[in-house]
Design a protein around this ligand. Sequence first.
Ligand code: MG
Length: 285
Amino acid sequence: MGAGNKPLRLVFTDLDGSLLDHYSYRFDAALPQLQRLREQGIPLIPVSSKTRSEIEQLRTELDHREPFIAENGAAVFIPQGYFPAQPAATEARDGYWVRRACQGRQHWQALLAQLGDEFAGSFESFAQAGQAGVMRMTGLDEAAAARANEREYSEPLQWRGSESDKRRFIARLEALGARVLQGGRFLAVSGECDKGEALAWLRGSYARAHPGRTIRDLAIGDSGNDRAMLEVAQTALLVRSPVHDFPPLARSSGVIHSTACGPSGWAEGVAHWLETPPQQQQEFA
Ligand SMILES: [Mg+2]
């Protein structure tokens, strides 16, 4: 490998519970390593269940200029002009090249409307609840509730019916082509997409923009919805959580487990990865 052919390193990171503290949403402990990534020109790519609007607010705080992945892999947002050419299968919108992996929110709302009579009174979606209802359901203040409700590819809902009706409801939605994710408090209705598929697609775009360069990527996460991306990256960093165990992974090599939680564990793992000589890291082929 010649000097002009250094590997291109990429960091894909979950936000809540990984870069951001589970309780306070702060990331102070990660600042020195964030600065190090910036100095070394290593792109940091947020990959989150959060909406574009929520991630954009964090990007402003971080002065972040790289691509990001929103709504659990449903969409990849690349600042226009970031790559020499617009990646195939993206649309130019609001200053981004946007690649989406599933149908838009209205599609999922229409499916829910189809089931509205059969399951009347058993659920309330964010769209039905409106701004005040989302504030009540989430406990967020007005601005944060508005950002959380600016979903483009999924519809969250609160289930109020029985467990047996819920199973029947989920089966009906799945038969209609939806995927239903059970979160802590809400069910999210969306399509077949995940963080791993989105990571692989964006990594492919970096590879095409940097022909001949080897890519060495790190995926960072703390919970079940990170598993797909933790499996597909060259190196996986599992960040310890104060509230649950590490998610199980099928892979055994190339995995870093942090000892500290949240952003402290994030910083610990990133430092370890940066300090591991490239020849000791597996190549992504
Ligand atoms: Mg997380």
